[in-house]
Design a protein around this ligand. Sequence first.
Ligand code: AMP
Length: 203
Amino acid sequence: MKHHDLVHVSAGDLLRAEVAAGTENGKKAKEYMTKGELVPNDIVVNMVKERLSQPDAQRKGWLLDGYPRSQSQADAIDATGLRPDVFILLEVLDNVLIERVVGRRLDPVTGRIYHLKYSPPETQEIAERLTQRFDDTEYQAKLRLQTHSQNVDAVVATYNNVLKKVDGNRPKEEVFRSINDALMEFMENNSESLNASVAPLGS
Ligand code: AMP
């Protein structure tokens, strides 16, 4: 996102902001998020469409994270002409994903994501203020993976012509390089701004 100056649009972040604000949509969404299930389209789709239509996303291009998560969500943005130029499918083994999710922490001050083992906080002060997502338990991560496996094939089939598979089991520097190669390949062949979608893996 920083490297290509894209706007990061995360469906999960948009939903968590609604939950934190205590809105009606947020209250309803939390019930599904706690169970690792998909939040209904009447909440998610407009939220994402609206964010993608904002001037910054239109001008710079976007990196859409965690959306679409079903065939109907793919159809919904497709109908408005919002199509990713590149669809990145991050393939990661379930046990690797679960370890990453359970150790994941957020610094509420800087917004940085840490991992207790793989990317620990730099200072004791940061360590003491880290928070954890309410759905980042092993049990809930497994529920999210189940939901993912029920939907991924239909979503991938929709974007087959722009699909790039990336082995996400490797260290983050290597994963970054592979994703960057896929984006550079698109940009070398096209002059317009880039829109990318990262396939959700429940992480
Ligand atoms: P994430 O932040 O991508 O891990 O998503 C966390 C949770 O938010 C998921 O387990 C779902 O309950 C919900 N969610 C995120 N994105 C979507 C989406 N595109 N459609 C439906 N629910 C979603």
